[in-house]
Design a protein around this ligand. Structure first.
Ligand SMILES: Cc1cc2nc3c(=O)[nH]c(=O)nc-3n(C[C@H](O)[C@H](O)[C@H](O)COP(=O)(O)OP(=O)(O)OC[C@H]3O[C@@H](n4cnc5c(N)ncnc54)[C@H](O)[C@@H]3O)c2cc1C
Ligand code: FES
Ligand code: FES
Length: 491
């Protein structure tokens, strides 16, 4: 008999439950009778399944996640708060009451997710602004478009925060007070979660790993090559839910300490492969030394997704349009790749080989992303064109890094495009033309011819190839215009 148990706290209740490798957090919430988190898109896009989980190492802080795409196993030793834990119809939480008073709920399907996103935002020990409250809702759709009332409710929430009617005593439910001690009592580790006979989805195992050595041993011992490293699961569990595509074994690296953290080492920054993107955005090291990376990842997906998704996952799926991938090629990043037998460092620009194909060997994984810090007096810029600002995959993205001398001569340039080729890559022919030319005297028609040599975009649901070609040219013009504005030297 396979045990497959995980232990976690659900609101105030300790839960020990048998899970399957294929199950999501939403699946087990519904099994346990907690129906407040709703299933709708099942791909992380709409936010109706949003719940809050404790932010590891930050007592009293919670982060919003979309429970429909998070593997249930990940909840071991976590504190999960659902809408049921915040309040009841007769004893509402202040956020629930404000949403109700502002008529910010119509059909109500999206409402629990909206409340959980606002709740998570308020638990952060940061100053809340009108903008940051709105941004916390970027991953929540209201299908019946009650947005105006939702915005009005969030403005009232802000007023209540500012006049301290809403404060740490009434934002956090009372059961949060003693939760850290209780969580500490749960054993750190669980055994591999295996496939029980009754699961129709044939995922053989899901394993939470706790060190790089343990991961290497697992990879070496495994006979099957049908396995995947899994970090945030924001790609892999969407594939499982929607395309019904899955692998025999998943090795979850999100808790491996050596693959976490952001360190400034000399002239480079090392980001652990499992570090969630939202933490990277909040990092002072990144804000000070590679602010242009934040420009690329700030608008990536939604807060719920960024709370779990990683740079390694964005690189790992080798999508032609990964926002982080384009920026990281532009920043001349390298990857530390580890296998059971060896380690090597490779430049990201040499990592991608073809459509969804990379140089990663079957037994290798990404352990770190290594990025040179930005240089003073060098220009860095990221542009994303998408149908809407929030929660949309890029139609075309690009990154430009440039050194221009005092006379306007472009001494060096890295210009990268995503969404116009099989993987994000440097515009080599255009770069050769632009280099050593004066920034105030560029021949855009000539450069366009070379950009067309570099990239032959296809037409798809997002855009026609003509439109993409136009965007390629216009992105360059915008990078140059931004340089002129930033360096305040328009001539
Ligand atoms: C609603 C939604 C919106 C999105 N919006 C955007 C967007 O705007 N821009 C964008 O670029 N992307 C977007 N994405 C895609 C996705 O969120 C990102 O690609 C994310 O960075 C994936 O990270 P993850 O850790 O969740 O990956 P996972 O799902 O865990 O893994 C993805 C791939 O990377 C591999 N991988 C993960 N970690 C490692 C490792 N350490 N070593 C080797 N391989 C590894 C996995 O094996 C897998 O092939 C969106 C996704 C969703 C669901
Ligand atoms: S159901 Fe839409 S994000 Fe989960
Ligand atoms: S209230 Fe109906 S979908 Fe939001």
């Amino acid at each position: 008999m396979i045990e497959n148990n995980i232990i976690f706290y659900l609101n105030e209740e300790k839960v020990k439950i048998r899970v399957k490798p294929s199950e999501t957090v939403l699946n087990i919430l519904h099994k346990l009778g907690y129906l407040g988190a709703k299933e709708s898109c099942n791909e992380g896009d709409c936010g109706s399944c949003t719940i809050a989980i404790n932010n590891l190492g930050k007592i009293g802080e919670y982060k919003a996640i979309t429970s429909c795409i998070i593997p249930a196993t990940k909840m071991h030793k976590r504190h999960v708060i659902t809408i049921e834990g915040l309040g009841t119809p007769v004893d509402t939480h202040p956020i629930q009451q404000i949403i109700f008073d502002n008529h910010a709920t119509q059909c109500g399907f999206c409402t629990p997710g909206i409340i959980m996103s606002l709740f998570s935002k308020l638990t952060e020990k940061k100053i809340v602004t009108s903008e940051s409250l709105k941004k916390s809702l970027e991953g929540n759709l209201c299908r019946c478009t009650g947005y105006q009332h939702i915005i009005e409710a969030s403005e009232e929430i802000l007023e209540n925060v500012n006049n301290a009617t809403l404060n740490s005593d009434n934002i956090l439910p009372s059961f949060c007070k003693d939760i850290q001690r209780k969580i500490n009592e749960i054993p750190d580790k669980i055994e591999q979660i295996e496939n029980p006979i009754d699961d129709v989805i044939n995922i053989q195992s899901y394993t939470l790993l706790y060190s790089i050595d343990e991961l290497k041993e697992k990879i070496q011992k495994l006979n099957s090559k049908n396995y995947k490293i899994i970090s945030g699961a924001s790609d892999l569990f969407v594939e499982k839910n929607i395309q019904k595509k899955y692998y025999s074994h998943y090795f979850d690296v999100s808790r491996i300490p050596e693959m976490l953290g952001i360190k400034l080492i000399g002239e480079t920054i090392e980001i652990g492969a499992s570090e969630p993107i939202e933490k990277i955005i909040g990092s002072d090291i990144i804000k000070t030394h590679i602010s242009s990376l934040n420009k690329a990842i700030f608008w990536m997906s939604s807060r719920q997704i960024r709370n779990v998704a990683t740079l390694a996952g964005n690189i790992g799926n080798a999508s032609p349009i990964g926002d982080a991938s384009s920026a990281l090629v532009g920043l001349d990043a390298s990857l530390l790749l580890i296998s059971p037998k060896a380690e090597r460092i490779v430049k990201l620009e040499n990592y991608f080989q073809g459509y969804k194909s990379t140089i990663l060997a079957e037994d290798e994984f990404i352990a770190k992303i290594i990025i040179p810090i930005q240089k003073e007096n060098r220009f860095y810029n990221f542009i994303k064109t998408s149908k809407r600002k929030n929660m949309d995959i890029s139609t075309v993205n690009s990154f430009c890094s440039m050194k221009v001398d005092s006379k306007g001569k472009i001494i060096d340039i890295r210009l990268v495009y995503g969404g116009v080729s099989v993987f994000p890559q440097l515009a080599k022919n255009a770069i050769a033309e632009i280099k050593n030319h004066n920034i105030y005297n560029l021949d855009y028609d000539r450069i366009e011819v070379l950009l067309k040599k570099d990239f032959m975009p296809i037409s798809d649901v997002r855009a026609s190839n003509e439109y993409r070609n136009l965007l390629i040219r216009n992105h360059l013009i915008k990078h140059i215009a931004t340089y002129k504005m930033e360096f305040n030297n328009e001539k």
